[in-house]
Every structure is written in C-alpha cells, then in structure tokens.
Design a protein around this ligand. Structure first.
Ligand code: OGA
Ligand code: MN
Length: 275
C-alpha cells in the first residue's frame, strides 16, 4: 500500500484517510497514526475497504475493547456487530444529532461503521465537532455551562424507535436496566484534555438544578448549537466506505432522505465515564 495520507474534510472535523488496508493487522506506527488523526479530526473516513465482518471486528479490536450495545435496531449473528438495515429511516434515532448511547454511565469511546448496501441517492452522514462547538460559545456562557451537569435517558429515543417500528425492545425492561444517568455538560476529553460540549438531542433530557423554564431555554440552546455548519462535515458513502469516530468528541446525524435499502455494520468500542 501507499503511504498513509490524512486529508482534512473541513477545518473543524473529519479527515479522509488513504494508504491503509483495514482488513490487515495494523503496524504499530500505523495504528498510532490513526489514533492521533482520530484525536485531531474526530472522525476518519476510509474508502474501498472491502472487508468482512470478522475483519471489521478484528480492526476494531486493535483500537479498543468492543462494547455490546444494550439495544440496537438489529443484531447479526454476532452481537459485536450492530446491523442497521432500513428503507425508511425516519424515527430510527440516528436521524437526530447525537453521540451514541450517552444514556450509559460509560458511553462508547467510538464506533466503526461500514457501508454494506446503499441507496442510489441519499443516506449521507453528518458529523459535528463538539470541541469546536464548545469553543464557539461566548466566554460568559462557557463559564456558566462548565459547572452544569445533565440527565441522559434512553426513554425518548427508544420509545420513538419502537413507535416507528425500528425496535422490538421492551421499553420497561430496557429502562430498568439503564436508568437515567448524569454527565457533565462540558466533558474533558480523557486523552487530549480538550473541552467538549456533551449534550445531545437524543438522550439529554434536563440540566440538573435548573427550573423548567430555564431548561426550556438553555438546554434547547445547547442542544441546537450543534446545528451550526461551521462545526460540521458531511460524508457521502460508497459501498465499502468505513467511518471511525471518536464518540467523546463528535456527534453524528444520519440524514433520513432515502427510500431504498441501506445496510450498515457498526462495531462499537468501550468508553469511560465522562468527566
Ligand atoms: C450509528 C449511527 C449513522 C448512519 O451507527 O450509531 O448513528 O449514518 N449511524 O447510519
Ligand atoms: Mn449513532
């Protein structure tokens, strides 16, 4: 293979990486280069990676411990692989800005998503850098939100997914297993120390200690801050494209604009408690 190349997609977020075969064991220096590119850009995009499910899992294992998500639209035969397979994506949950599974006390560190089958048009995924989003808040607002924490709850996204026919999970059972958790509104990235705005429209339900009226205004403002295109990039998938994101650093949004079948395989990596 050629030399590893990392080309930023936008100044804020995303890089296209070429010159590596994800189906082969990574040389230590390549692994280190990918890890540092991920920390810098938040999400890495690879094309033409015609790898098997086992190879995708093996790639993931070189970067972390695999997390079995508590609920997912569908599992394949291998619980380490989440299969996203749909023709009608509205309400699935990914069609809202989010980072994955923040209703967990220790949300995933990252995810590796591979395109298996795509609609002819549509089905792009957008990413937003929540470190850049934090930096763009005014200094007085940064000071205010740094001391806050927020409740994250699985109820809304799961109820929505069930109502839209995307999940067969039992809501009450999942709620009992994953009660609401509290995370800081501004987390410090455990590797780089970068401050990251850590609320999302899927799972964050309440700023702790604030009144209802204050929540309505401030939580809404913080959740919607991700919508500024300055922090974003948009990835157009090809079959065999792979995206690897740092779930502590970016949010993502699966554009629900397609009507033909789209199949994706995701492997998720274990994370730590946000601080
Ligand atoms: C996910 C997700 C986005 C997509 O796998 O967590 O949100 O575009 N996927 O399928
Ligand atoms: Mn997701």
């Amino acid at each position: 293979m050629n030399e590893l190349r990392v080309e930023p997609v936008t100044p804020a977020v995303g890089a296209q990486v070429s010159g590596v075969d994800l189906g082969k064991p990574l040389a230590p220096e390549i692994r280190a280069a990918l890890e540092s590119a991920l920390l810098e850009h938040g999400v890495l995009f690879f094309r033409d990676q015609d790898i098997s499910v086992d190879e995708q899992v093996a790639f993931a294992r070189q970067l972390g411990e695999i997390s079995i998500p508590p609920f997912a639209p569908k599992y394949g035969d291998d619980p380490e692989v989440v299969v996203l397979d749909q023709v009608s994506p509205k309400g699935e949950g990914a069609d809202e800005w989010h980072s994955d599974n923040t209703f967990m006390a220790e949300p995933p560190m990252g995810s590796i998503l591979k395109a298996v089958q795509l609609p002819r048009q549509g089905g792009d995924t957008c990413f937003a850098h929540m470190g850049a989003a934090y930096d763009a808040l005014s200094e007085p607002l940064r000071r205010l939100v740094e001391g806050l924490s927020a409740v994250h709850d699985i109820t809304k996204p799961l109820a929505k997914a069930i109502a839209a026919g995307h999940s067969e999970a039992n809501l009450a059972e999942v709620q009992a297993k994953w009660p609401p958790v509290v995370h800081p509104v501004v987390r410090t990235h455990p590797v780089t120390g970068r401050k990251v705005l850590f609320v999302n429209g899927n799972s964050t339900t309440r700023l702790v200690g604030l009144s209802d009226r204050e929540n309505e205004a401030l939580l809404r403002l913080l959740i919607d801050h991700v919508r500024d295109p300055t922090f974003q990039c948009r990835f157009r998938w090809d079959t065999h494209s792979v995206a690897f994101w740092d779930n502590r650093l970016v949010q993502h949004y699966a554009v629900p604009d397609y009507t033909e079948r789209r199949v994706m395989h995701r492997v998720t990596l274990v994370g730590d408690r946000p601080r």
